[in-house]
Design a protein around this ligand. Structure first.
Ligand code: ADP
Ligand code: MG
Length: 302
């Protein structure tokens, strides 16, 4: 197991009138090579939790977080090594870019680690190519000349240039236009597929998570309240409804049809899949009725 979280608790501003218990016994495992989606209502502690994955927070009480053999609850744990293993891409990472060129920015992390100029140059080229920014074109461009989606990809390249094993993205598509959003989603999918990176993907977009994740964890009430495949999680309309995140539009439509007596399954997450499921159920209904409800319709069209 690459990351193991056991009974993790987190309280902000402990001992003050503003004390807030955010995590209250989180248990979670992240497997090597997977893409784990993390969803939950806003303010449920998603950003807090992922900061434990790279040692920005370390357990102070009972809980434990072990990342690739490094137990962060132990005194003297090698947090410097941990931060190289786990790259954390914050919300709006482009706010942390400097004003210089893309190449300078992406190479900043490795240079700080003492990586040679030559090796840093190679890492910059590799990282830029991996996020879909041609190094020949973008290395010497100024940051301010990039589009929103390109800036964000440059920021991701800066984290990638540290050669992490795990990349954690905290709401990576927030605030982007539809095109920038697709660019980022495509970049994350490629990093996972082509570089074999383990990815943890926090998102407020259930659609994005359904599209990318191998497994989905749902954080609410300070705990992981549901964990499973996208189909398992998104078809559990009751749990998602109770904690207030709702479900996918597709599953919502299927659920409404079901309540009207249609025999549809809630396991079709994609739009085309859901359309096929509705068509299948429609045809079954038509075939089962002596006289079709829609005059003259043979079920060939919806
Ligand atoms: P999410 O990412 O799911 O929206 P967060 O982890 O950002 O949730 O926040 C969870 C709760 O912790 C919120 O109520 C938030 O106000 C509080 N919180 C987050 N960061 C701090 C902080 N630095 N100081 C005090 N409270 C905080
Ligand atoms: Mg957050």
């Amino acid at each position: 197991m690459l990351i193991t979280v056991e009974d993790l608790e987190h309280t902000y501003m402990e001992g003050t009138p503003f004390e807030t218990r955010v995590l209250n016994g989180v248990n979670l495992e992240v497997e090597e090579g997977e893409m784990l989606g993390l969803i939950g209502p806003s303010q449920s502690g998603k950003s807090t939790l992922v900061q434990y994955f790279n040692g920005l927070f370390v357990p102070r009480g009972e809980g434990r977080v072990v990342v690739d053999g490094i137990d962060t609850s132990r005194r003297g744990a090698d947090l410097k090594a941990l931060r190289q293993k786990v790259g954390l891409v914050f919300q709006y990472p482009e706010h942390q870019l400097f004003k210089g060129t893309v190449g300078e920015d992406v190479g900043f992390g490795p240079r700080c680690l003492g990586v040679s100029v030559a090796e840093t140059g190679e890492r910059v080229n590799r990282a830029l190519a991996a996020v879909g920014l041609d190094p020949e074109i973008f290395r010497d461009r100024y940051i301010f000349a990039l589009s929103g989606g390109q800036k964000r990809r440059a920021a991701i390249a800066g984290v990638l240039a540290m050669n992490p094993r795990v990349m954690v993205f905290d709401d990576p598509t927030a605030g982007l236009d539809p095109r920038g959003r697709l660019e980022i989603l495509d970049t994350i999918a490629r990093l996972h597929r082509e570089q074999g990176l383990t990815v943890v993907f926090v998102s407020n977009s259930l659609e994005d998570v359904a599209r990318l994740a191998d497994r989905v964890a749902v954080l609410a009430e300070g705990r992981v309240v549901k964990l499973g495949s996208p189909v398992d999680v998104f078809s559990d309309v009751e749990t998602l409804g109770r904690i207030g995140v709702g479900t996918l539009q597709t599953v919502d439509v299927l659920g409404r049809l079901r309540r009207k007596g249609w025999e549809v399954r809630l396991t079709a997450l994609g739009v085309e899949e859901a359309a096929r499921e509705i068509l299948r159920a429609y045809r079954a209904r038509m075939a089962g009725q002596a006289s079709p409800a829609v005059g003259g319709c043979t079920g060939g069209a919806l």
